[in-house]
Design a protein around this ligand. Structure first.
Ligand code: PLP
Length: 413
């Protein structure tokens, strides 16, 4: 029998519901209903709370005025981004670390969430991908939508994804895949675990990718939070990475652009993908083709604001905000250690990953923390099966709330 109707992309039906944050909201609302006077502190949010730096605001206002005048008005900009911003990115984010990039290897966009989600379009559906477990869910869900991941099992894991567990046993760092994979998503500094890789550790991934003709999709959205020497800020600091890696960067957490939207993706010209005859194709050309078709650039005032991050005042202002968040991270980390918790991350990233005490499940700990300390965080199980038994706190709150939350955890839990 033939049906005439609009059919759904059935891959969407395989997606897990937006269970994590809706379930958190449900539990918090219920608790608030039962305890209207409870002063709840949220250390679960992944959004920033400090405002845009003054240098950025000033540049944006000037750019808006330009848009209102006949002589300086700008219409469609280049899909790849304005040269004035791309040159500053290369000059400041890469050159000082010994990384040379050409202007047409940097693609300015309105976010790393969309870039990390969209990039998979360039790859064949039969490619096998590897993700860390726990993981930033966008990498998985975007591949599910595309139909690259196969069926789903009872643990919520997909047949065609190679999961790389990151648990206390391996120091919360992924081991190389046991079987060959084509695409590898890595995020360092990591959300949700707050962990980083050393240059030597990251080199093993680059070497693996070179040996296996795999491609590494490297998410460095939290690069600006790195405090320690020896931690790579860019995968391109690793020899050979230009042949096998793409890097995603975002101004969201670096400079408070979560609501303003600006990011960029670096696609070196050496990175190649192959067709069924074995001929090589440049990923850079393919991404350019994709972006020029499906994206029309970030607005001029936003790019002008982003460029102001690279002025002397802009750099100083974002350093101060990052320092503020990283002091919160230290307060959380030190406080939890003092209270006897096993804690990871929080040194080069705004995330603290703690092991739930007494064998409590992630959600059991969530409930206990909310009921006893009136503090809300994020259950690790929401980021993947290996996140069970772990819990994420973030450093993006106010100083006052961060200190109060830790004091409550120390005295009430
Ligand atoms: N990548 C990671 C690992 C993130 O945690 C986030 C945001 O939370 C993003 C990307 C999204 O960044 P953007 O705001 O640029 O879309």
């Amino acid at each position: 029998m033939k049906f005439y109707m609009a059919f759904v992309n059935e891959n969407y039906l395989k997606l897990p519901g937006s269970y994590l944050f809706s379930e958190i909201a449900r539990r918090v609302n219920q608790f608030k209903g039962d305890n209207p006077d409870a002063d709840i502190i949220r250390l679960g949010i992944g959004d920033v709370t400090r405002p845009l730096p003054p240098a950025v605001l000033e540049a944006m206002k000037k750019a808006i005025d330009e848009m209102g005048s006949q002589e300086t008005f700008r219409g469609y900009g280049p899909e790849q981004g304005y040269q004035f911003l791309i040159e500053k990115i290369i000059e400041n984010d890469f050159k000082p670390r010994g990384v040379e990039l050409a202007v047409d290897e940097v693609f300015v966009s309105d976010g790393s969430k969309n870039d990390t989600a969209n990039f998979q379009e360039l790859f064949d559906l039969d490619n096998i991908l590897a993700v860390t477990d726990p993981v930033y869910p966008v990498y998985v869900d975007s591949n599910v939508m595309a139909g690259r991941t196969g069926g789903v099992n009872a643990k919520g894991q997909f047949d065609k994804i190679v999961y790389l567990p990151c648990t206390e046993e391996n120091g919360i760092k992924p081991a190389l895949p046991q079987t060959r994979v084509d695409l590898i998503y890595l995020c360092f500094p990591n959300n949700p675990t707050g962990m980083t890789l050393s240059k030597e550790e990251l080199k093993q991934w680059v070497d693996y990718a070179r040996e296996n003709r795999s491609i590494i999709l490297f998410d460095a959205a939290y690069e600006a939070f790195i405090q320690e020497e020896g931690v790579p800020h860019s995968i391109f600091e690793i020899e050979g990475a230009r042949e096998v890696a793409v890097e995603f960067r975002s101004f969201s957490k670096t400079a408070g652009f979560t609501g303003t939207r600006c990011a960029y993706t670096v696609v070196p010209k050496e990175v190649k993908v192959y067709d069924s005859t074995g001929s090589a194709h440049s990923l850079n050309s393919l991404w350019l083709r994709r972006q020029t078709t499906k994206f029309n650039g970030v607005s001029y005032p936003v790019q002008a604001g982003a460029a102001a991050i690279y002025t002397e005042e802009g750099k100083k202002q974002i350093r101060e905000t990052i320092k503020y968040y990283m002091e919160n991270a230290k307060i959380i980390k030190d406080g939890l250690i003092k209270a006897g918790y096993t804690v990871f991350g929080g040194v080069n990233a705004p995330y603290i990953w703690l092991k739930t005490p007494e064998g409590l499940g992630s959600w059991e700990f969530f409930d206990k923390l909310m009921k006893d300390a009136h503090v809300v965080g994020t259950p690790g199980a929401g980021f993947g099966a290996s996140g069970e038994g772990y819990f994420r706190l973030t450093a993006f709150g106010s100083r006052e709330n961060t200190e109060k939350a830790i004091e409550r955890i120390r005295t009430r839990m």
